[in-house]
Design a protein around this ligand. Structure first.
Ligand SMILES: Cc1ncc(COP(=O)(O)O)c(C=O)c1O
Length: 356
């Protein structure tokens, strides 16, 4: 196991071609008011909600590599899937359009939202994405097998019409479809190196990174990056949908593939993947009072907008872990803001109910 410099990591990442979609580095700043309010560790924020593609978010870092891959494979259509209000799908559609690819989105309706075009679905519509809505079990993400069957039907149809599809896996995380390498996670190793460089410039030693974890690529990339760049920096994934055992194994598998793809000597293991699943509460995408209150707290103290499905739940996790004494006052914790703010609006009823 070896510790690398950010320059060494960057060198390895440069071997992977990408299309420029976003503005990097994203800002890295202290959340002085929130840190004071919570009375625990120093909290910094990495603003990946400000990547500059559509409304920003973690998916745009991943898509720089994935769009490049799709174009290299001569695709003219990109096919992907996720939940109805998916940030991933909207960002994929935006990136695809920018590079002349047609986006086809299979969207699973796994929680009740007011009908009509709102949030990400409105953005998908404006982008003229080919939207296919399917019913799914409430509060759950659909099984990969079911989604793959639906995707296969779309792929057959696209091929029959003489076009070339590129199937991008859920969240750009677990290699699959036409993405053979963990390209999304590689984007997040880069994000980690970028953040450590910013921290070093400010003279900060980062003890922990905390973020929202859904399909695993962000966590896998951050976990590899943190282990490569520093001894003892915990990466804590707050799961929004899956239980920690099974999900942790998925994240580890992506992390090990990332380590291999980058040729790093990290020996990624189970203990490097910290997943907390207690903040899923009522299920994926279901807003609760804690999330609504966390959103209000961060907006009122820092002027920063979180989303109710991902970053809001991660913030609930951070607040709770601070209250439980998981961090010391001397620790420095970085909250990765992974975007997702368009999902605020379709969730307005629940937010108003809990905050009124
Ligand atoms: C806003 C936001 N944050 C975090 C995540 C989780 O990232 P990952 O899927 O890489 O685990 C997602 C995934 O959809 C997201 O949209």
């Amino acid at each position: 196991m070896k510790i690398y410099s950010p320059a060494e990591i960057r060198d390895r990442i440069l071997r992977f071609p990408k299309k420029e979609l976003i503005q990097l580095p994203t800002p890295f700043t202290k959340m002085a008011n929130l840190s004071g309010e919570l009375g625990g560790p120093e909290i910094y924020i990495k603003r990946d909600d400000l990547t500059g593609l559509a409304f920003g978010g973690n998916k745009s870092r991943k898509l720089e590599y994935i769009i490049q891959d799709a174009l290299a494979k001569k695709a003219d259509t990109i096919v992907t899937w996720a939940s109805l209000q998916s940030n991933w799908c909207m960002q994929t559609a935006a990136a695809a359009r920018k590079f002349g690819l047609k986006p086809i989105l299979v969207l699973f309706k796994s929680y009740d939202l007011p009908p009509g075009f709102d949030g990400n679905l409105l953005l998908d519509f404006i982008l003229e994405a080919d939207i296919r809505i399917k019913e799914a079990e409430k509060g759950k993400t659909v099984s990969a097998e079911y989604a793959e069957r639906m995707i296969q039907e779309v792929v057959n149809e696209v091929k029959k019409s003489g076009h070339t599809p590129y199937v991008a896996p859920l969240g750009g995380s677990i290699p699959g479809g036409d993405m053979e390498l963990p390209l999304g996670a590689i984007g997040y190793v880069n994000a980690c190196a970028e953040m450590f460089e910013q921290a070093a410039r400010l003279g900060i030693v980062v003890d922990a990174i905390i973020h929202s974890s859904g399909s695993g690529g962000t966590q896998a990339g951050l976990a590899c990056g943190a282990k490569a760049l520093k001894k003892d920096c915990r990466v804590i994934g707050i799961s929004v949908s899956d239980e920690k055992e099974a999900f942790g194994a998925d994240v580890l598998a992506i992390a090990q593939q990332t380590e291999k793809a980058l040729g790093l000597d990290l020996d990624m293991r189970k203990e490097d993947i910290l997943v907390f699943d207690e903040y899923i509460q009522d299920g994926y995408g279901i807003v609760n009072k804690d999330v609504a209150k966390a959103l209000r707290l961060v907006f009122m103290t820092e002027g920063i907008v979180l989303d109710p499905v991902y970053t809001g739940k991660a913030m609930v996790g951070l607040i709770d872990l601070i209250r439980k004494g998981y961090f010391t006052k001397k620790n420095t914790v970085v909250f990765f803001h992974t975007g997702g703010t368009p999902a605020l609006f379709p969730n307005r009823d629940k937010l108003v109910e809990f905050l009124r």
